[in-house]
Write a protein that binds this ligand. Structure first.
Ligand code: HEC
Ligand code: HEC
Ligand code: HEC
Length: 492
């Protein structure tokens, strides 16, 4: 199938690049959406009144603005959350309508420039603010979102943290070069449901910000669209319709379930960064929109997941009922603990995990303790998310459920986490062998970014460039002086 979702088209990159980059020091080309007069927007917003504000509130959910702009104490849109990037942490600002600390002094055109061009009235923004995705929002959606943002409670204080990037990344003008390389127009699927899905996935939901890998210039790789990437020490998995590594064995309704509740088919749960997405964003979407996302994801080009030779999620026909007898878990545990034959890692598993997931990993699905048998996280060839889940638990304050999966990092050593991961992979995940070691656990939990060389040496490179420019200017000056200055004097 032809790729239809081309927004993240990484231009045949470096080729066109620097020239375009330098030319682009002019304003970024506006997105293709048709432009209405501002007065007309405001008229619509005022005429529509509360419904327009409600629509804006829904768009803010779908675009997940809260997840980054929430204050550390949970105050809506107060800002202060550091967004990790390879350049350093970029702090999300206060975007409440406070004149002094927020965006109270913006007008609609300023707001649109933020979402479309990554430009706030006084500076260029870093793409940690996902304007590269939002830029395809049509005018009427930006106006509705703007109407809603006006109704947010103003927060009269500055965020606690501040962005402090090293030179040369603190030169915000450089983002114009990035914009010229990274931003491109896109095409939309013809089918209305798929087009809606594409809008929710690629524009509002900015799913590719986590699920599509980036190249060395931090530009999403078009040919790896939604093919899976690393993010904050987690794997944001392949969500193309691949049978082994992706959503091949998910029904559209399973995808909708997952986005609505954070779990699907008993064997997949949303943890880590995805739990936040479900919490702040997707669980608030209506069913038609969730089904549109599902249908669209099932329509994108399939990509393989390297190393994943068995399906992560079994085909429906091969998934058993993960039945257990009510109350049996306690009895099974007592029996296992009294059994001297249960030693080593098997005993550690019974002591640490079985009270919720059962001695045989059958879980208690009706009570929301998922089975570990056939668990997607356990069957995944890359054990990153399994180690994260054991160490950091599953935060799901959003899901009115049984007690959440606790973070066990404080109770277990790295070698024990490795042992338990190996144990559940071979017992419940269909692995013949698994040999994670303590060092692997440590590397997963304390990821060191492999920085592209230009980031690591950026300051040196920038100084060299500045020195070259200065030398060039000096040489030019000397040349001009020696030709004309001297000539004039000798002529005088
Ligand atoms: C992935 C995290 C993330 C999401 C999601 C996000 N933002 Fe941002 N936003 C940021 C960061 C980080 C900055 C600051 C960038 C900088 O300093 O260059 C920012 C900057 C802004 C600014 C500029 C404020 C100023 O100081 O001028 C506005 C306005 C804004 N965001 C609004 C929104 C809206 C509206 C949404 C939802 C449609 C949204 N953001 C979603 C991270 C995010
Ligand atoms: C902030 C980063 C981030 C964003 C944004 C994000 N995801 Fe995810 N997603 C993840 C991570 C990390 C996981 C793995 C969670 C886990 O294993 O518990 C995941 C898992 C998933 C899964 C389950 C895949 C599987 O095989 O288990 C689906 C489906 C999914 N995301 C869809 C979406 C959609 C649709 C969007 C946009 C609306 C989205 N994601 C946006 C990070 C993200
Ligand atoms: C106090 C109960 C409890 C204990 C103890 C516990 N878990 Fe969990 N676990 C849960 C719950 C509840 C969930 C589902 C969370 C959700 O869906 O929000 C879960 C989810 C999981 C998942 C799926 C997460 C995902 O993102 O796919 C795995 C894997 C897992 N647990 C493994 C373990 C292992 C291994 C141990 C022992 C080291 C353990 N759990 C101990 C309650 C527990």
């Amino acid at each position: 199938m032809e790729r239809e979702s081309g927004w993240c088209v990484m231009r045949s990159c470096i080729g066109k690049s620097l020239l375009v980059g330098i030319l682009a020091l002019g304003p970024v080309a506006p997105a293709a959406a048709q432009t209405q007069s501002e007065a007309a927007w405001l008229e619509t917003v005022e005429a529509e009144g509360p419904t327009e504000i409600e629509r804006g509130a829904y768009l803010a959910r779908a675009a997940d603005c809260m997840s980054c702009h929430i204050g550390p104490d949970g105050t809506a849109y107060a800002g202060g959350k550091p967004i990790e990037t390879p350049l350093g942490d970029i702090v999300a600002p206060n975007i409440t309508p406070s004149d002094e600390y927020g965006i109270g002094d913006y007008d609609l055109a300023d707001f649109r420039a933020v979402l479309r061009d990554g430009r706030s009235p006084d500076h260029m923004l870093y793409p940690a603010m996902p304007y590269a995705y939002y830029r395809d929002m049509p005018d009427e959606d930006i106006a509705a979102l703007w109407a809603y943002m006006q109704t947010v409670e103003p927060v009269e204080r500055a965020p606690e943290a501040e962005t402090d990037l090293p030179f040369p990344f603190n030169v915000r003008l450089s983002m114009r070069v990035w914009n010229a390389l990274a931003l491109d127009d896109r095409t939309w699927p013809q089918d209305p449901q798929l087009a809606r899905g594409a809008y929710l996935v690629d524009v509002l939901g900015h799913c590719g910000a986590c699920h599509t890998p980036r190249n060395g210039l931090m530009i999403p790789q078009d040919d790896q669209y939604l093919g899976g990437a690393k993010i904050r020490g987690w794997i944001a998995p392949n969500i193309t319709p691949a049978d082994n590594g992706g959503l091949g064995h998910w029904e559209v309704a399973d995808i909708a379930d997952y986005l609505r509740t954070g779990q699907a088919m008993d064997v997949v749960q949303a943890a880590g960064p995805m739990a936040e997405v479900v919490h702040f964003s997707t669980r608030h979407l209506d069913d038609d929109d969730l089904m549109a996302i599902g249908a669209y994801l099932k329509s994108v080009p399939t990509l393989p997941t390297p190393g994943q030779e068995r399906p992560i999620v079994l085909p429906a026909a091969e998934r058993p009922e993960y039945a257990h007898e009510f109350g049996s878990i306690r009895e099974d545990m007592t029996r296992a603990l009294a059994d001297d034959g249960v030693t080593g890692t098997a005993r550690l598993y019974v002591e640490t995990c079985a009270s919720c997931h059962g001695v045989d990993g059958q879980g208690q699905a009706p009570a929301y303790y998922p089975p570990l048998q056939d668990s997607a996280t356990i069957r995944r060839a890359d054990a990153t998310n399994l180690v994260q889940v054991i160490a950091n638990g599953v935060q799901h304050e959003m899901l009115y459920r049984a007690p959440p999966m606790p973070a066990l990092r404080g109770d277990l050593t790295d070698p024990q986490i490795a042992e338990l991961a190996n144990y559940v992979r071979t017992e419940f995940g269909g692995f013949e062998t698994s040999d994670l070691a303590a060092e692997d656990v440590n590397a997963i939990l304390n990821p060191v970014q492999d920085l592209p060389f230009y980031i690591e040496y950026a300051a040196t490179l920038a100084w060299i460039a500045i020195a070259l420019v200065l030398i060039g200017l000096a040489a030019l000056g000397w040349l001009v002086w020696s030709r004309y200055g001297r000539g004039e004097r000798s002529g005088a």
